[in-house]
Design a protein around this ligand. Sequence first.
Ligand SMILES: Cc1ncc(COP(=O)(O)O)c(C=O)c1O
Length: 503
Amino acid sequence: MRITVNRNADTPIYLQIKNQLRDMIFSGVLPVDFLLPPERSLARELGVNRSTVIKAYQELKADGLADSHVGKGTVVLPQTARVPAAADRYINPLPWYQLFTESITASHDTIISDIMARTGRDVISFAGGIPAPGLYPVAVLEEIQAELFRTAGQELFLHSPVEGCYPLRESIVQLLRQRQIAAAAKDIVVLSGSQQGLDFAARIFIRPGDTVIVEEPTFFGAIQIFRSAGARVIGVPIDKDGLRTDVLEALLVRHKPKFIYTLPTFQNPSGISLSLQRRYELLDLAYQHQLPILEDDPYGELYYDTTPVPSLKALDRHGYVIYLSTFSKALFLGLRVGWVTAPPQVLAKFAHLKQMTDLHVNTPAQLLLDAFIRRGHYERHVARLRQEYAGRRNAMLKALDKYKVPGIGWNKPAGGYYIWCRLPDNIVRHKLVANAAKRGVVFLPGEAFYPDGTQGDTHIRLNYTFAEPEQIDNGIKYLLQAVKETTCANYEEECQHALKPLV
Ligand SMILES: Cc1ncc(COP(=O)(O)O)c(C=O)c1O
């Protein structure tokens, strides 16, 4: 009987012994009535304590694999299961990649997560869409959490309704009122972030081959989700007033899309907002073409100059808009709380998917958030963010101006998280990420935000909320040095070289 013990393994030694004996019993190597070695001698042979072998035998007995009788020792019991001895045959490794669906294989692109993962003291990150860590309202949350754990009782530890805790839905109703959206608690389903809302929308509406219209550029997470549901994702260009409604009309006639996904306020990645005039035009087109609108609004309350125009949901008179929002951008990403409000027929489908997927958002997070909003902390916190982020945006705009290089351009976003920066024409684009990273600066290249992945290399997205204000100036300086280093006089030659097919 060959038993090996690995002292460096995570599995406890008694379990290693038990598991090997179990396999030998099931494979018939140890037949019925086989007398296992006395505990003391096996322990000596393996160089372990006798108590370890005793424990292994106890486990075997508990599993009905062996029995011991005084004076007879421990013997193997008859088993109904028979497992072929794996050791005797060559077992092929599982071909995991052949088992994956086409959609999951096609949508697996790690470039964004790779860039975002580049963090650390010596990296200045303009890449993520992350709130300023120094502004998390830790002290207040700590206080509320301690109080909740003292006073909330069982409620805190039990399931909450699939649609979300009622008090939180009431608090969300108040937030929506400030955004001019009329809704009642029954009109809201709380979600694990608005990302889950995008996933559910895809599952509710998209059949493989359906078309979905998005702005171009748009949030890369949405492109990934719609595409993995089998959609053809078609982009509509934007200009300084947002989505080009004149271009949209022709696309609606031609493609008969299932819905349009739009970020009308402080768009990710461009920071641009859809003008009021275009909002009305978009709604009108939707009504004419019976087109549902999926409005994603994570940034709307983070305005820095004047209050933004009303959301599409606030302007919608015929129940065409499904509205998603989140606490990720005003509080913190790890909270994973967002919500959807939509016409009742649609909302019921969101609730059904929530129940099938993960039942509900975790109860303590919901109650914590509700108390935070009810006590006025949320409103104060957002007001503080508006001030702070306006300062960071201005710092980035100032630095861009101070260190600008020929051919570079940018917009001044009135809110949100991002500046969309146009690169000089003669830049060797495939080298910019690496050159900037060498100087300790990361950002997101524009291609990720386009459905066909080939456009957008004329731009990069710069986030200004995460880096400390004093890092922003240096970060932009290093980034623009990298841009300068990556622009080349003999551009044609370089680019032709870059595009040469590999044969
Ligand atoms: C436009 C947009 N929608 C959705 C999300 C996902 O947010 P959440 O953290 O709520 O899932 C993000 C996050 O960056 C976003 O920018």
